[in-house]
Design a protein around this ligand. Structure first.
Ligand code: RB5
Length: 143
């Protein structure tokens, strides 16, 4: 399993923490940047992560900006991406069970680190339910 991670400056600190958390679990991580808290543009990094998933370079992705909003919008512009912004463990469970989200978005300025790790673990450890949700995911993928 390979997970791509990407952030802007507002998500840099949390992206680094997520990366360390995944590496600790022996998950291979592809870090698409950014590399510091210097100001950058979140669309660049959301797009890079989306394309890594769409091109099959990574199986899943985690994107982080200040709120998670801008970078999730950017990732979702890439065909085949289903990026879910999660601020709770319940949302993390449901975005895998129902949306089969292949990218998780987090807010570096809005979600504290311990909760973010619980969100990451829940999203990773939850299975997609399929069934009626498969039809809806197929509809998304055709847009
Ligand atoms: C950057 O200041 C901030 O706008 C960005 O990290 C993000 O929150 C956008 O949605």
């Amino acid at each position: 399993m390979k997970i791509a991670v990407a952030s802007d400056h507002g998500g840099y600190v949390l992206k680094e923490a997520v990366k360390a958390h995944l590496i600790e679990k022996n998950i291979e991580v592809i870090d698409l940047g950014t590399d510091s808290e210097g100001s950058v543009d979140y669309p660049t990094f959301g797009k890079a992560c989306g394309e890594a998933i769409a091109d099959g370079k990574a199986d899943l992705g985690v994107v982080v900006c200040g709120t998670g909003i801008g970078i999730s919008i950017a990732a979702n512009k890439v065909k085949g991406v289903r990026c879910g912004l999660c601020t709770s463990v319940e949302m993390a469970r449901l975005t895998k069970q129902h949306n089969n989200a292949n990218i998780l978005a987090l807010g570096g300025r809005t979600t504290e680190e311990n909760l973010a790790m619980e969100i990451v673990d829940t999203w990773l450890n939850t299975e997609f339910e399929g069934g009626r949700h498969q039809r809806r995911v197929d509809m998304l993928d055709q847009m």
